[in-house]
Design a binder for this molecule. Structure first.
Ligand code: EPU
Length: 352
């Protein structure tokens, strides 16, 4: 029988470290035991939460349903041809460990995504991205369990509708599919992607004149991340708290005229992505604190749990930042992590 814990503490299972409890909690280590979960009296399709590393969720209140921690493990690969290799990883694999494994095998494609917290199964949901690479670009297929038809289903890259921090699993497929494993196509030769920020300089310095490798790029990404982004084990956080806003070209040009230093990233469709961290920083909000929640000193896009922050602190801080940026730049910042449980989120936000 599957071990189920009632009234379980969720604090260790969300990287922001918000204190909340789950009506019931269990860990899935073997996907063949999924049917056992469906037989639990606590299971309901509309309230079950499939949790990865908890690095992109904010618990606003206690969770009234069953929480299932995905902990299935396993990685396999198969060479496609001289250039490419197909790698499949189970949902519960730790993302960074998986990236390191691919790099150690000499496979290239995921090295820019080193040190991102979370699990393999969570990666496609918000299409994690960093240093010029989005994971969706390397995903061939996502194998899921469909909670409605109670059958396995495989989504191709196209089916997944990957977009900036977005996918099918956050939109039409939300709450319906349990991601079981993810299939990637990686390159057997190193294909450098060094266009973002100071990545090229850091990677070259690390290589000390030797031929650049995927391992050196991975190490450079780790170094850069460590200087800006807090380690959730030491300082609770959920990564970037807001999405970088995307505006039309006219608005972007007007902002560029007023704020020539504002970093802007033109998109393929003519729209322009703005650096939200810069906007927040320009409002003078680095280090700004409400209750136990604060804007990170080294990267204004990250909110941190300084001192036993409550959900109310986080909501108040998030609102304050949104208002400041809206007033100064006329730009709305959308929050990036998922607020849970959804039904109490509205009530929680209402109380502020
Ligand atoms: N900036 C400031 N002040 C700040 C923060 C940023 O001036 O306090 C400026 C930087 O100098 C830079 C620009 O804003 O010119 C962008 O900053 P950065 O390179 O740190 O990246 P970001 O746009 O803030 C995004 C992702 C990160 C990802 C980095 C690197 C989003 C929401 N965030 O952040 O992803 O690691 O690029 O690629 O797209 C995450 O999603 O959780 C995450 C950490």
């Amino acid at each position: 029988m599957m071990m189920l814990q009632h009234n379980a503490d969720l604090t260790p299972f969300n990287t922001f470290g918000l204190s909340a409890r789950a009506a019931a909690l269990c860990t899935l280590e073997d996907e063949n035991r999924l049917p056992e979960i469906f037989r639990q009296p606590e299971y309901r399709q509309d309230t079950v939460l499939w949790l990865g590393g908890g690095s992109n969720v904010l618990f606003c209140a206690d969770y009234i349903g069953l929480v299932v921690r995905m902990a299935t493990k396993g990685i396999s690969h198969q060479f496609i041809d001289e250039q490419n290799v197909r790698v499949e990883a189970q949902a519960g694999e730790i993302w960074h460990d998986f990236v390191q494994y691919t790099v150690s095998q000499g496979f290239s494609g995921l090295e820019n995504l080193s040190l991102i917290p979370g699990t393999v199964g969570a990666a496609p949901v918000q299409n994690i991205g960093a240093y010029g690479v989005e994971v969706g670009s390397r995903i061939e297929a996502v194998r899921c369990f469909d909670l409605v038809s109670k059958k396995e289903v495989v989504f191709s890259h196209g089916d997944c509708c990957f977009a900036y921090r977005d996918s099918l699993f956050k939109q039409a497929g939300k709450g319906r599919y349990v991601i079981l494993s993810v299939r990637f196509v990686l390159s057997r030769q190193f294909v450098p992607r060094l266009g973002y920020g100071d990545l090229k300089t850091v990677a070259e310095t690390l290589s000390q004149g030797k031929l650049l490798t995927a391992a050196a790029v991975a190490e450079a990404v780790c170094q850069i991340r460590r200087t800006k982004l807090p380690d959730p084990r030491l300082l609770g956080n959920a990564g970037s708290f807001f999405k970088n806003p995307i505006t039309n070209a006219t608005t972007a040009a007007a902002l560029a005229a007023r704020y020539p230093n504002l970093p802007q990233y033109p998109q393929a469709n003519g729209q322009v992505k703005l650096a939200a961290g810069w906007l927040i920083d320009y409002c003078g909000l680095k280090g700004f604190q409400i209750g136990g929640a604060a804007v990170h000193e080294k990267q204004a896009l990250v909110l941190v749990n300084k001192n036993h922050a409550t959900a109310a602190d986080v909501v108040a801080l998030s609102r304050h930042i949104q208002d400041a940026v809206q007033q100064k730049f006329g730009v709305f910042l959308e929050t990036e992590p998922i607020w849970l449980p959804e039904k109490s989120t509205a009530a929680c936000l209402e109380r502020q």
